[in-house]
Design a protein around this ligand. Structure first.
Ligand code: SAH
Length: 365
């Protein structure tokens, strides 16, 4: 099964089989993905320092611990100096990129502040690449972020099935709007990252297979996928999850994505570690090549809890830096400091003559 080569007609049943692989078949699948990673994007693992700079959010996603209806959360917004200090830490630690992530706000004060912080980071730390993850915004706002110096943007589609999307989100939110955002980001020129939650409520194997086809269709440069983990203060909370199943499914999604999209950057997400003490290493061994150590100041971390049992909450940024580097050495991969680690897919995309050809992107920019 795992030796089948991909041509333009990928069979969904093959994908389903890969997603459910266990035992020997699963080991072969992960090995094949790791081999493709090694040959295509090398054994280097890139670092992105994750700064969760605000948990204020206007959205009420049914799965998310910082949804606006969760009154138990103490809301915060880091100020510019705190953010710049965290970026300085990233520079000292040798992280090639910082990810500024937050809950969603659309007001001008918020988006203007982000642009100004991006500009300041670019001036003070020109070698660090800036990744934003601040939700759905107007195209003009994305353009402003880009013009200020942000190079990358992460916006998970969460699920590529519009009906499923409705089951995970309040009625004010829509799949088509999120899709519009991804198109706009692409057309502006960002390196675009997307992804889904794996083993989310009402999700089927076919949906997961279609998610990967969706990543290819929109020509994503970066992929971040983590297991869905229930949060007790959300409507989708359930008390029991099968951690092993969730872990296996997420690892198989990572492996299959690597096999089908060899040159993209794929993150071994922190959520994997909520399911298994070596969750992130397992993600890397299944084909991922990016790791996102937390750089959020420790006193904010307990207020940025998207899912229960979020790991690394009580470790300082320095402890996280040392911990991830050791974990990478332990599995015989190469921690790669002081390089931005652009997605090879993005580099190939912008240097090829086929930029944005088809792929569901409006060439209106
Ligand atoms: N507001 C930003 C950041 C969202 S948080 C944005 O919209 O992009 C980043 C990611 O955390 C989300 O995209 C979602 O996939 C993930 N997440 C949220 N709640 C989760 C949960 N209960 N389990 C697993 N992942 C979750």
């Amino acid at each position: 099964m795992v030796n089948e080569t991909f041509t333009s007609n990928i069979s969904k049943s093959w994908m389903r089989e890969a997603l459910t692989a266990r035992g020997d078949e699963q080991r072969k699948l992960h090995q094949r993905a790791a081999d493709i990673r090694d040959k295509t994007v090398s054994r280097a693992v890139y670092f992105r320092g994750l700064i969760e700079f605000s948990n204020k959010c206007i959205n009420d996603c049914l799965y998310c611990g910082i949804r606006k209806s969760n009154n138990a959360v103490k809301r915060y917004m880091m100020d510019k100096e705190e953010i710049l200090d965290a970026v300085e830490f990233c520079e000292r630690a040798g992280y090639g990129s910082v990810v500024l992530q937050s809950g969603e706000q659309k007001n001008k004060k918020f988006t203007g502040l982000i642009s100004s912080i991006v500009g300041d980071i670019k001036k003070k730390f020109p070698k660090i690449s800036i990744t934003l993850c601040v939700g759905e915004q107007e195209k003009s706002v994305y353009q402003e972020f880009f013009d200020s110096g942000a190079e990358r943007y992460l916006l998970r589609i969460e699920t590529s099935n519009a009906e499923h999307y409705k089951k995970l989100h309040p009625k004010e939110m829509s799949f088509s709007e999120r899709y519009r955002c991804l198109n706009d980001l692409k057309n502006i020129g960002f390196q675009v990252g997307t992804g889904v939650m794996v083993n989310a409520p009402s999700q089927t194997l076919d949906m997961l297979a279609e998610d990967i086809l969706f990543f290819r269709e929109i020509d994503a440069d970066m992929i971040g996928m983590g297991p869905y983990i229930p949060h007790s203060k959300t409507p989708l909370y359930i008390t029991i999850i099968n951690k092993t199943e969730s872990l296996n499914l997420t690892l198989n999604m990572i492996a299959l994505t690597r096999i089908m999209m060899p040159d993209v950057n794929i993150a071994a997400t922190t959520a994997l570690q909520a399911l298994h003490p070596k969750g992130r290493e397992l993600g890397l061994l299944s084909g991922a090549n990016v790791i996102m150590p937390l750089v959020t100041p420790i006193h904010y971390r307990n207020n940025y809890v998207l899912y229960d049992d979020k790991p690394c909450r009580n470790e300082s940024s320095l402890q996280c830096a040392n911990c991830v580097t050791e974990r990478i050495y332990a599995i015989d991969l190469v921690p790669k400091h002081r390089v931005t680690g652009d997605s090879l897919h993005y580099i190939n995309r912008i240097t090829s003559h086929h930029v944005n050809e088809g792929k569901g992107v409006d060439n209106d920019s």
